[in-house]
Design a protein around this ligand. Structure first.
Ligand SMILES: Cc1cc2nc3c(=O)[nH]c(=O)nc-3n(C[C@H](O)[C@H](O)[C@H](O)COP(=O)(O)OP(=O)(O)OC[C@H]3O[C@@H](n4cnc5c(N)ncnc54)[C@H](O)[C@@H]3O)c2cc1C
Length: 396
């Protein structure tokens, strides 16, 4: 049986920053990760856009989150703090044209991870790979390390176990059963930042992007790009709609404004000119993109040949969707440990000394850096609270 001040389970971004914050304050930290390496999902994120955070003003930034608890946590260690932290560990960043924050162009995701790990190493953080947490009580955490099981005494136990997508990265959501068995209330894990299956088959448009559109669901509207796939649609406005769509039973209808900058009346005027061919007006006057023109080919003859009908559909092109993608392939999951189970330090009310951080908490946000930011912020938050508590106990 070992003994350590702070035991952290999982080596994702939330855990790694927590380890950094604690260790740099002189508090001994051990990290246990079930995989053979740290930050596998972080590296998967790196293969995509790898938005570490977003540069928008924090007052707008926090509105991307669905719960006030995570908003407060993000405010306390915000996008500027995170950029500063990356700079401190040797990772300069830049702001892309979309406002998203990336590591400098010549820096690969693995180098970002290596910089974090090097920082932890400098402060003496020990990371044990191939150790899967299988149980914990008020005093011990139990690990399966392949050959046998070990019980380790903890003073503080920090759980950064991730969400429930991309199980092959280790974020398998299996911790749900363990926490539930301990009476901890959890919101079920659901697909977030997910593509949508459409009822109509758009596979002939697979890989094509509708740019500069507005996507609408009921009263909600989001600008951006929609990508067609063999099963349906993807893209940031689609992901944004997830949390609103989830409240209604499938199928639901989304509407695309194919030309947000042009009013319907102007379209009617252009389409209503004498002796014009509809396709010419769509292409040359309304200047619809080729992908949008492809969509108009789906319309019935009655709609296509009606000035009002066509103008209306160009502003409200219906896309019926009937499912989220399989949870394992989505970018993140909503659901997890309810904040009501935690005190303001993210410490489980019924398990004093045990903290939860990162995507395993019950919040959701769109992609674009907001996910990683909240994971880093929550890791930083819990670590700071632990640090302050330990210092108080030591009368520092
Ligand atoms: C394709 C893709 C692209 C993404 N792109 C972005 C992006 O550009 N920007 C952004 O902000 N976010 C992005 N994300 C989301 C982001 O990667 C995650 O939100 C983030 O990694 C979650 O961090 P975390 O520390 O909470 O958990 P994770 O990174 O999921 O780490 C949890 C760790 O805990 C370990 N673990 C779990 N259970 C146990 C156990 N019982 N014992 C021991 N270890 C355990 C796991 O093996 C894992 O290593 C993307 C995600 C995906 C899948």
């Amino acid at each position: 049986m070992g003994n350590s001040t702070v035991i952290i389970i999982g080596a994702g971004p939330a855990s790694l920053i927590a380890a950094a914050e604690l260790a740099s304050a002189g508090i001994p930290v051990q990290v246990y990760e079930q995989n053979k390496a740290a930050g596998r999902k972080f590296l998967v994120a790196g293969h995509g856009g790898f938005n570490l955070t977003h540069s928008e003003d924090i007052s707008d930034f926090v509105n991307r989150y669905d719960t006030t608890e995570i908003q407060d946590i993000v405010r306390a260690f915000d996008n500027m703090d995170l950029v500063g932290w990356f700079n401190d560990i040797g990772i300069p960043t830049y702001v892309g044209s979309s406002g998203k924050v990336f590591p400098e162009k010549n820096i690969k995701p693995i180098q970002v991870l290596q910089a974090i790990l090097a920082y932890l190493d400098r402060y003496g953080v020990q990371i044990f790979y191939g150790h899967r947490m299988v149980d914990f009580d008020h005093t011990y955490v139990e690990m399966d390390c392949g050959v046998d099981r070990v019980k380790i005494k903890y003073q503080r136990l920090l759980l950064g176990l991730g969400g429930g997508s991309w199980a092959k990265t280790g974020s398998d959501g299996k911790w749900m059963a363990l926490l539930e068995s301990k009476g901890i209330k959890l919101n079920s894990l659901r697909a977030a930042n997910s593509g949508l299956n459409t009822i109509s088959d758009y596979s002939r448009l697979a890989g094509k992007v509708l740019k500069n559109i507005h996507l609408r669901f009921e009263e909600i509207q989001k600008a951006g790009e929609v990508l067609f796939t063999r099963y349906g649609i993807e893209g940031s406005p689609v992901y944004y709609m997830n949390r609103f769509i989830r409240k209604s039973p499938f199928p639901v209808t989304l509407y695309i404004d194919l030309k947000p900058k042009m009013a319907k009346e102007e379209m009617e005027r252009l389409l209503g000119q004498p002796n014009v061919k509809v396709i010419d007006v769509l292409r040359n006057k309304i200047k619809l993109s080729p992908v949008a023109i492809e969509l108009t080919k789906e319309l019935s003859k009655e709609v296509y040949t009606s000035v009002e009908g066509l103008a209306y559909v160009l502003k409200h092109y219906p896309i019926q969707v009937d499912a989220f993608r399989d949870i394992d392939e989505v970018i993140s999951t909503a659901g997890g440990v309810y904040f009501s189970e935690l005190d303001s330090a993210l410490e489980l009310r019924n398990f004093p000394g045990v903290f939860c951080i990162g995507e395993m908490l019950n919040w959701e946000a769109p992609t674009g850096g907001y996910l990683l930011q909240a994971c880093f912020s929550s890791g930083h938050w819990a670590a700071r609270k632990i640090k302050e508590a330990i210092w108080k106990e030591m009368n520092v």
